[in-house]
Design a protein around this ligand. Structure first.
Ligand code: SF4
Ligand code: SF4
Length: 445
């Protein structure tokens, strides 16, 4: 069929130039976790771009299981973009491919129905989402999840549900197994009484709903480093879950609401979740064809900083009191490949003075990828297995990561698959604790 006769003209067709940029060199194959796990070319970036081209040219039906399955099996980690000599913007292609599927296909089965319901009926309404997370926290803190998981029954009946419950359980408060011993007493550097640098904190929905303590630590650390941070009240979800599932209409609506909420000033928009940060950086692309919002979206994205980047732009994060705690770090794909802020995350650990142990394969996805671990549980577990092996080899008991999805995936994986407790936290929490040891905070903070 000639391309012009294809029934699939649409979002993928609009990405023609990006599809044709792929020269099929295959240099991305070894960087792709799904290709390495399955050995199937259709699970590689080159294979997926080829499938998109086939759909775009009308040689493959958009609704074919081959197209949908291999696109669904992509983690969206964007490791392939980092090694591609032709600069193929794979993330945008994936987004367009999934959006084609979302708009032209009724989501089948209970999982698809549930996903669509949650994304469209709950996630875009902040009040409903807050209520859902409040219920989740009450359930989590009731210790019931821990008891259910201990029996092993749910995991046997439904491994997917069992792992989902383990994810919720692992979002609970941090309980450091050992109090970090201070190596040396450090005097706090002076904190400016009137911090001059404005900043606007993006609190995120999973981060705010399950990890409010990390948002609080972020605000304290910013204050120590001279930021006068505010939290815009009308902010909403960043839209990452929607965009990655193909629901671009909802993602665009959320983006417009955030642009309004954060205004058009120059203050940096500070996030502490790699997944949210990478999405906020994409608003310029997401709204490029919106006559009213295109320019504002581009300016908004240019202001987005991970907390590590915001601190680095002050010249350094102030140093806290060092500790002998041995810590390894798994930066998170979106922080690394979307925001290019991996190095700034490590700088927070250096400022926190921990005993840092590098992690082999820290640049490889953990298999969490938003809700990929629930949608593609087998492949996710296979990819996670390698990450857990590498973590065990470090011999450390604490892992820092800059994204709540990775946090939950690694903590739950270690507990469920390896039957080992690993303390997982955010780099900014360790920096915050080092400031507390150094005496930056009053008793009540
Ligand atoms: S590295 Fe880039 S150009 Fe080469 S096959 Fe992969 S996506 Fe295509
Ligand atoms: S985004 Fe990740 S999983 Fe998907 S093709 Fe690229 S490297 Fe592979």
């Amino acid at each position: 069929m000639k391309k012009d006769d294809s029934p699939n003209q649409g979002l993928l067709a609009a990405q023609d130039d990006k599809i044709l940029a792929c020269v099929h060199c295959g240099l991305c194959l070894e960087a792709c976790p799904t290709y390495l796990a399955t050995g199937d070319e259709n699970d590689s970036p080159r294979g997926r771009v080829y499938l998109m081209r086939a759909v775009d040219e009308g040689r493959l039906d958009l609704l074919s299981p081959t197209f949908e399955n291999h696109l669904n099996r992509c983690l969206g980690c964007r490791a392939c973009e980092q090694v591609c000599p032709s600069g193929v913007e794979y993330g945008h292609l994936l987004e367009a491919g999934r959006a084609e599927l979302w708009t032209k296909k009724e989501r089948r089965g209970p999982v698809g129905f549930l996903l669509k319901t949650v994304l469209r009926r709950i996630w875009i309404f902040p009040g409903r989402l807050r209520f859902l997370f409040a219920l989740g926290r009450v359930f989590r803190d009731s210790k019931l999840p821990a008891l259910i998981l201990k029996t092993g029954l749910l995991q046997r009946l439904s491994p997917r549900l069992g792992f989902g419950l383990a994810l919720l359980e692992c979002s609970g408060p941090r309980r450091p197994k050992t109090a970090p011993a201070a190596k040396a007493q450090t005097s706090p550097e002076p904190v400016e009484e009137n911090p001059k640098q404005p900043a606007l904190i993006f609190r995120g929905c999973v981060m705010e709903g399950l990890f409010g303590r990390i948002n609080d630590a972020t605000a304290r650390v910013l204050a120590v480093n001279g930021f006068a941070a505010e939290i815009p009240a009308d902010q909403v979800c960043c839209g990452a879950l929607h965009a990655h599932s193909g629901d671009l209409e909802s993602a665009r609506n959320l983006a417009r609401r955030n642009i309004e909420a954060f205004g058009d000033g120059a203050a940096p928009i500070v996030t502490n979740a790699g997944g949210c940060g990478a999405m906020l950086c994409e608003y310029g692309h997401l709204l490029a064809d919106d006559a009213e919002f295109a320019a504002r979206a581009k300016a908004f994205s240019a202001r987005v900083r991970d907390v590590g980047q915001a601190l680095a732009q002050t010249g350094r994060p102030k140093k806290g009191a060092p500790s002998e705690t041995r810590v390894t770090c798994d930066v998170s794909c979106h922080l690394q490949n979307g925001q290019h802020a991996g190095e700034d995350s490590l700088a927070m650990l250096r400022a926190a003075g921990v005993d840092f142990v590098p992690l082999n394969g820290a640049d490889v996805c953990c298999g969490g990828a938003g809700i990929y671990n629930l949608l593609e549980p087998e492949l996710s577990a296979q990819i996670l297995g390698e990450k857990l092996e590498n973590i065990k080899k470090t011999g450390v008991g604490v892992l820092a990561t800059g994204n709540p999805g990775c946090h939950l995936q690694i903590a739950a994986g270690m507990k469920q698959l390896e039957k080992t407790d690993l303390e997982v936290c955010h780099p900014v929490e360790l920096l915050d604790e080092s400031y507390r040891r150094a005496g930056y905070y009053s008793e009540n903070e």
